[in-house]
Design a protein around this ligand. Structure first.
Ligand code: GLU
Length: 463
C-alpha cells in the first residue's frame, strides 16, 4: 500500500464555525500530501441532516481557501453517497459479515435492563445475529456488523503506536438504520476507501472509532489506511480548547489580522515539530512535515507565539503581498478599506515592526490621513510649548535641506542639539505632527515618504 501515491483528506462535519483544530488537521493532511506529490481531498460529512448547515459548509470552504489549503477535485458530499453506503452494507450481508436485526428500541432497552439486573455486560447482543433467515420478520430492521467476538482488533497508529481493543468490548454496530440511511462509521470507511485515501490523519477523538472502522475494512477485505491520530489542541491551562480560552474559529483568527502564512506556520507547530525550528516557510514545512514529528502530548495554544510568528512573517512578506493581505483582512473584519496606493508607500517602513495586519494599518496612519492631522490624546501630549517651538525651528531647515536621510538626520539633530535634548525628545512632537500617533515608523522614514511639501505643512499645522 505504501507504494501507492499518497492520498489524504479532510472530512469536516459542517456544523458551526470551522474550528482551528479542523484547520490544523487539514493543514497536516495537506502538508503530508503536498510534500510527497500526493493528493489532498475534501469531503463534507453532511450525513447528519439535522446538524449540517449550508452556512457551515461555506465556512469550511472559505476557511480552507483563506488558509491556502487547496484541495484536489470537487468537494465530496457524504450525504450524496448514501446509496453507495447502503450498497456496501448489503454487500456485507451477502458475504456474511453483516446481518439484519429486527430488534426494536424496546427489545434493546429490555436487554439492557436484564443485563443490569444480572450484573452482566450491557453491550447489546442481538438474537438476530444467528437467526435463520426463514425466521426473519416482515418488520423494519437495521443492518449490523457481525463483529468478531473473540480476540482483539489492533491498529498500528503512526502517532499512538499499537492500539488494541478487546473484541468483547465492542458490540455489533449498526451500519444501516431502519430508514436505510448509513451510520457515520460505515460512511467514513466506504468514502475513504472509494476516494482512495491512503493516510487518515485526524484528531485522536476518533481513535476509538478506528478499531471499529478497521472491522468494517476487514469485513470487506479492504486494505487499511495508515492512521495517524493527533492529540487535540488544548488551551493555555492544559484543558481541551473551548470558547472560554478565546477564539476557536478560523474566521476569528483571520479577522484578528494574522496573515494566512503565519497561521499555517503556527498551526503546523501546534503538535508537530522539526527540531527547534519555530519560524519556517511553506516550502520548508512541505519538505519537513512527517508523521514522526507529531507529538503524543496535546499542544497548547499560545497567542504570544502566534503573534511573534505573525510579526516575522509580515516582515518577510513582499510589500505588495502585505498590501493584499491587509485589504483582505479589512474586508473580512468589516474594517474601513485603506487606500491601497498610500498603504503601499508606507509598507516598507512599517512591516518589520507590525505583528498583525491591523498594526500595519495603524503604523501606516501617517500616509492614510490628510491634513489637518488630528493627534490622538497620547500623541498630543508631546505638543508642549517646547515641542512646538522645536517644530517651528525645524521647518526652515527642512525648506533648504536635500531630501535625503542623511540631510534630514542632520537638520533634526541640530535643532535637538540647540535645545539640549536628544533625538527622542524632538521625535515625539514630530510624530504627533506627522502622524497624530505615538506608534509610527521612524520620523525620517515618514518624512522621506511624505515628501518636503507635506512634511513642512504638517509641522507648520502643529507648530
Ligand atoms: N467528520 C469528522 C469530524 O468532523 C471527521 C471524521 C474523520 O476524519 O474520519 O470530526
Amino acid at each position: 500500500m505504501t507504494d501507492r501515491p499518497i492520498v489524504t483528506r479532510i472530512a469536516p462535519s459542517p456544523t458551526g464555525d470551522m474550528h482551528i483544530g479542523t484547520a490544523r488537521t487539514a493543514l497536516f493532511n495537506w502538508l503530508y500530501a503536498r510534500g510527497r506529490g500526493g493528493t489532498f481531498l475534501l469531503r463534507i460529512e453532511d450525513t447528519d441532516r439535522t446538524r449540517s448547515t449550508p452556512e457551515a459548509t461555506d465556512a469550511i470552504l472559505d476557511g480552507l481557501k483563506w488558509l491556502g489549503l487547496d484541495w484536489d477535485g470537487e468537494a465530496v458530499s457524504q450525504f450524496a453517497r448514501a446509496d453507495r453506503h447502503a450498497e456496501v452494507a448489503h454487500a456485507m450481508m451477502a458475504n456474511g459479515t453483516a446481518y439484519k436485526c429486527f430488534a426494536s428500541q424496546g427489545d434493546i432497552a429490555a436487554f439492557r435492563d436484564a443485563a443490569r439486573a444480572a450484573g452482566t455486560s450491557t453491550l447489546y447482543r442481538s438474537p438476530w445475529r444467528d437467526a435463520d433467515p426463514s425466521d426473519h420478520l416482515e418488520a423494519p430492521f437495521v443492518i449490523r456488523l457481525r463483529a468478531p467476538r473473540d480476540g482483539v482488533t489492533s491498529i498500528q497508529d503512526a502517532v499512538q503506536g499499537m492500539v488494541t481493543v478487546r473484541n468483547d468490548q465492542l458490540d455489533d454496530m449498526v451500519l444501516l438504520r431502519s430508514d436505510g440511511t448509513p451510520t457515520y462509521m460505515l460512511a467514513v470507511v466506504v468514502d475513504d476507501r472509494d476516494m482512495g485515501v491512503t493516510h487518515v490523519i485526524r484528531g485522536d477523538d476518533h481513535l476509538n472509532n478506528a478499531a471499529r472502522q478497521a472491522q468494517i475494512y476487514d469485513a470487506m477485505g479492504w486494505d487499511l489506511p495508515v492512521w495517524a491520530h493527533i492529540p487535540l489542541i488544548h488551551g493555555a491551562d492544559g484543558k481541551k480548547l473551548s470558547k472560554r480560552h478565546g477564539a476557536t474559529g478560523v474566521g476569528e483568527y483571520a479577522a484578528m489580522g494574522y496573515p494566512a502564512r503565519a497561521m499555517r506556520n503556527y498551526l503546523a507547530r501546534l503538535g508537530w515539530s522539526h527540531g527547534d525550528d519555530e519560524y519556517f516557510t511553506d516550502e520548508q514545512a512541505r519538505a519537513w512535515f512527517d508523521l514522526d514529528g507529531i507529538g503524543r502530548a496535546p499542544a497548547r495554544l499560545d497567542m504570544k507565539k502566534l503573534e511573534n510568528l505573525s510579526g516575522q512573517h509580515i516582515g518577510a512578506m513582499l510589500n505588495d503581498d502585505v498590501v493584499a493581505a491587509v485589504l483582505d483582512w479589512a474586508r473580512r473584519s468589516g474594517s474601513p478599506l485603506p487606500d491601497a496606493v498610500a498603504l503601499r508607500r508606507a509598507v516598507p517602513s512599517v512591516k518589520d515592526a507590525a505583528r498583525t495586519l491591523p498594526e500595519v494599518v495603524e503604523r501606516s496612519r501617517f500616509v492614510l490621513q490628510n491634513r489637518p492631522i488630528r493627534p490622538d490624546d497620547k500623541a498630543a501630549k508631546a505638543l508642549t510649548d517646547d515641542g512646538r517651538a522645536m517644530l517651528r525651528e525645524l521647518t526652515p531647515h527642512l525648506q533648504n535641506a536635500t531630501w535625503t536621510r542623511d540631510a534630514l538626520e542632520g537638520a533634526v539633530g541640530s535643532v535637538a542639539a540647540d535645545h539640549g535634548v536628544g533625538l527622542g525628545k524632538i521625535a515625539a512632537p514630530m510624530r504627533a505632527a506627522l502622524a497624530g500617533r505615538t506608534t509610527t515608523p521612524s520620523v525620517f522614514d515618514m518624512m522621506l515618504i511624505l515628501g518636503r511639501e507635506e512634511t513642512v505643512a504638517r509641522l507648520d499645522d502643529a507648530a
